[in-house]
Design a protein around this ligand. Sequence first.
Ligand code: PAF
Length: 284
Amino acid sequence: MEVLSTKTELSDWLEFRKGAPRTLVPTMGALHRGHTSLFDLAGEQGGDVVATIFVNPTQFGPNEDFDDYPRQLEADLARCETHGVSAVFTPPPAEMYEPEPSISIHESKLSTRLCGTSRPGHFDGVCTVVAKLFNLTRPDAAVFGEKDFQQLAVLRRLTRDLNFPIRIIPGPTVRESDGLAMSSRNAFLNEEERGQAPVIQRALSRVAGTIAGGEIVSPDDALQSISEEIESESLSKIDYVKIVDSETLEPLSSFDRAEPRLLAAVFFGKTRLIDNVGLPALNG
Ligand code: PAF
């Protein structure tokens, strides 16, 4: 496995691997089983797997956890190696951003909802860095986890609207044994918060089941039921709970036709966790 930290090293390696198909897995490091499942999925596509490890400053707000974001490069590289990654691109910030960049990418529809409301500018940072990584690594395909469902939808738009000839592959969410979605931010939870956090997945899945079984017929009732269950845990503070169309991310007023996605963002202490579950189209 090659470890590359400059654009020149990366382009030399790409030249050396010329002709081999390539799947990209962008990450911010602090790798866990959620990430390694994405490497495995990338490996199943055949050809080279390129992972990137870069804690992207432009997607963090001024009061967010950029400085505290876990960094553990040695352990991350070992995980990459075990999961068949061909090359890891791990640039310092100065390699990715010019001193005063004057261009960034702004997605103006899907990014205005959900996490975009609580994290202004976040998806501009994500779109900008992913477009740069696409340009630098020129992959045939790229894998992104469904845990960040809005990010996946926004990056599909980025790929479509900017004509990147790249296939976007969604990776299913990987969970702890109690249902909590794997996230690098789980490390910030104290014992009590960690004990309560699986309520997010429990509430979303329970209500998805009742909707699929025809017991809850209105999105408003479903949202109330999810919120009540999450709020029953004393340390939770809901940022949002929404039921949206999977593709447009527009809120649903009924379960007719659209493929509903149930999403939540919930604080436990200072840690903000997100999760989501899907439902098949109900009346389509
Ligand atoms: O999901 C992430 O880890 C990041 O948002 C990504 C896609 C690597 C861009 O920095």
